[in-house]
Design a binder for this molecule. Structure first.
Ligand code: UDP
Length: 488
C-alpha cells in the first residue's frame, strides 16, 4: 500500500519480552487491516524473530513498517546480543535490562521526529515509563498496553487503593474489596509490588505505577463478553478510555503465521502436526509454562514423571538448562514416553498446537497471553501459576469462567530462586488436576462445553460488528479526532 502523508501512523513500542512483543505484532496486523500505517519499534535481534510474519503481512498489502534501534547491551551491563528478557543469562540482570530499554528513549525520539507520515499516537508498553516524556515531546497521545486483562487490572487497582493485603498474615486468605464477585487471595499469591521477590526492582515498579495513569487510555488484550462486569468497572476508573480489542492471537490467522508466531519453532511444524493428527480428538495434554519460567530440575522431573504416569498423550515444552536435559537423556524418559509423548525443546508453535482438534487440555502457567490462547482454543485448562499476576489470571479461569482446575500452587515463585528451588507442586497434585480435567463424566463435560462456548464468543468478538471490532473502530475515531484537534 502506498503511504499517504495524511495517513494515521500508530507507533507500537513493545517491551522486549515475548509475552509483550507477540501481542503487539498481532495488534499491528489488526490496525493495518483497518488501513492504518503501523510502525513497530524493535531491535535487530528481536526483528529476526518476526520478520517472516511481518514480511508476509506487508506483501499481502498491509501497511506495516519496522523501525530498528540498536539495543545498548554493553552500556547497560548486559552480555552482547541480549536484546530480549528471555535471553538474559540470569534474571538478576532484569534491572540492567530495564536500564538498556530506557536508553532507547533519545534515539527513538530523534527517529520519530523525522518520521513520515508523522506519528499520530504511540501505543506503548506500560513498563516503558520514559514514553510519557516521549509522548509529551512529540505532542502525541500515549496509550498504554500492559498485557493484562481488566479483571487483573481492577484487582491491582483496588489493592493499591485499599492496601487490604498489608494487614493480613502471608498465608491468610483475604477478600479484595469492591469487586463484582467475592474474590480471595493470600498475600503470597500477589504480584511484584505487593509481594517483592529477591531482585530489588521495586523502584522501577513504583515508577511504572506512577506513570500508569499518565496516558490517554488503555488498550486491553481481552474481549468484553469474557469479563464484562470487570471491563465496566475498569472503564470507570480510567475515565472511559479503555478499549478491549482482543483476543489478539486471532490475528495470526494462517497456519504459517501461527507456526512462526513469536519465534522460529524448534520443532518441524509438519512433524508436529502429523503427531497431533495421529491422536484422538480432545485427547492430548499440551504442557507449556510460558517463555520465561524455568522449573527447577527437581520440579521438572516431578512434572515429567506425572505425565508419564498419566494415561494421556502429551506434548511437553522444555525450557530448562543442562541439568534437565541430562536427566531427560540419562533417565531414558524420552525413550520410555516416545509412543505417547512429544518433547519440544525450546520454542513451541503454541497457537498452532492449541488450535489442533486433538488437544484436550492445556497445562499453563497462566501468563495472560497463554491463558487467552487457551480460551480461544476452546480447551479446559490445568492451572499452575508461577509469578507476576498469574495467580490472578488463574482465579479468573477457575472461579469466574469455570474452565480451569488448579494444580494447587500456593505462592509466587521468585524467578531467580525458582531455578534452584525444590518441589513446590507434587506429582500427585498435578495428577489429581489432570484427572479432573480429562474426566469423561458430567463435570468434565460441562467444563469442556463452557470452554467451547468461550471460544465461540472470542471468535465473534473480533468479527465485523463484534465488540472488539467495534472498540477498535472507536479507538481509531478517537485518535483521528485528536489528530484533527492537534492540527487546529
Ligand atoms: N510462546 C510460544 N512458544 C513457547 C512459549 C511461549 O509460542 O514455547 C508464546 C505464547 O503463545 C504466548 C507467549 O509466548 O503468546 C507467552 O506469553 P504469556 O503471557 O503466556 O507468558 P510469559 O511468557 O510472558 O510468562
Amino acid at each position: 500500500m502506498a503511504l499517504q502523508p495524511e495517513m494515521l501512523n500508530i507507533v507500537l513500542i513493545p517491551l522486549l519480552t515475548p509475552g509483550h512483543m507477540i501481542p503487539m505484532i498481532d495488534m499491528a496486523k489488526l490496525f493495518a487491516e483497518r488501513g492504518i500505517l503501523v510502525t513497530i519499534v524493535t531491535t535487530p535481534l528481536n526483528a529476526i524473530r518476526f520478520t517472516s510474519v511481518v514480511d508476509r503481512a506487508i506483501s499481502s498489502g498491509l501497511p506495516i513498517q519496522l523501525l530498528q534501534l540498536r539495543f545498548p547491551c554493553e552500556e547497560a551491563g548486559l552480555p552482547v546480543g541480549c536484546e530480549n528478557a528471555d535471553t538474559l543469562p540470569s534474571f538478576k540482570l532484569m534491572r540492567n535490562f530495564f536500564i538498556a530499554s530506557k536508553m532507547l528513549h533519545k534515539p527513538l525520539e530523534q527517529t520519530l521526529q523525522g518520521l513520515k507520515p508523522a506519528p499520530s499516537c504511540i501505543i506503548c508498553d506500560k513498563h516503558l515509563t520514559w514514553t510519557v516524556d516521549l509522548s509529551n515531546y512529540l505532542q502525541v497521545p500515549r496509550i498504554v498496553f500492559d498485557g493484562m486483562n481488566c479483571f487483573t487490572q481492577l484487582i491491582m487497582h483496588n489493592l493499591h487503593i485499599s492496601k487490604v493485603h498489608e494487614s493480613v498474615p502471608e498465608m491468610e486468605p483475604f477478600v479484595v474489596p469492591n469487586l463484582p464477585d467475592k474474590v480471595e487471595f493470600t498475600k503470597l499469591q500477589l504480584p511484584g509490588l505487593f509481594n517483592p521477590g529477591s531482585v530489588d526492582v521495586n523502584d522501577i515498579r513504583r515508577e511504572i505505577r506512577a506513570t500508569e495513569t499518565q496516558s490517554y487510555g488503555v488498550v486491553v488484550n481481552s474481549f468484553e463478553d469474557l469479563e464484562q462486569r470487570y471491563v465496566d468497572e475498569f472503564r470507570k476508573i480510567r475515565g472511559g478510555k479503555v478499549w478491549c480489542i482482543g483476543p489478539l492471537s486471532l490475528f495470526s490467522k494462517e497456519n504459517l503465521d501461527k507456526a512462526q508466531r513469536g519465534n522460529q519453532a524448534s520443532i518441524d511444524t509438519n512433524q508436529c502436526l502429523k503427531w497431533l493428527d495421529s491422536h484422538e480428538p480432545n485427547s492430548v495434554i499440551y504442557v507449556c509454562l510460558g517463555s520465561l519460567s524455568r522449573l527447577s530440575p527437581l520440579q521438572f522431573i516431578e512434572l515429567a514423571l506425572c505425565l508419564e504416569a498419566s494415561n494421556h498423550p502429551f506434548i511437553l515444552v522444555i525450557k530448562g538448562g543442562e541439568e534437565i536435559e541430562k536427566w531427560v537423556l540419562e533417565d531414558g524418559f524420552e525413550e520410555r514416553i516416545k509412543e505417547r509423548g512429544l518433547l519440544i525443546r525450546g520454542w513451541a508453535p503454541q497457537v498452532l498446537i492449541l488450535s489442533h482438534s486433538s488437544i484436550g487440555a492445556f497445562l499453563t502457567h497462566c501468563g495472560w497471553n497463554s491463558t487467552l490462547e487457551g480460551i480461544c482454543a476452546g480447551v479446559p485448562m490445568i492451572t499452575w501459576p508461577l509469578f507476576g499476576e498469574q495467580f490472578l489470571n488463574e482465579k479468573l479461569v477457575v472461579q469466574i469462567l469455570g474452565t480451569g482446575v488448579r494444580v494447587g500452587a500456593e505462592a509466587v515463585v521468585d524467578l531467580i530462586s525458582q531455578e534452584r528451588s525444590g518441589v513446590m507442586v507434587t506429582k500427585d497434585e498435578v495428577k489429581a488436576a489432570i484427572d479432573i480435567v480429562m474426566d469423561k463424566g458430567i463435570e468434565g463435560y460441562e467444563r469442556r462445553e463452557k470452554a467451547k462456548m468461550l471460544k465461540q464468543m472470542a471468535k465473534k468478538s473480533v468479527e465485523e460488528d463484534g465488540s472488539s471490532y467495534l472498540n477498535t473502530t472507536l479507538l481509531i475515531r478517537d485518535i483521528e479526532q485528536l489528530v484533527k484537534k492537534n492540527k487546529q
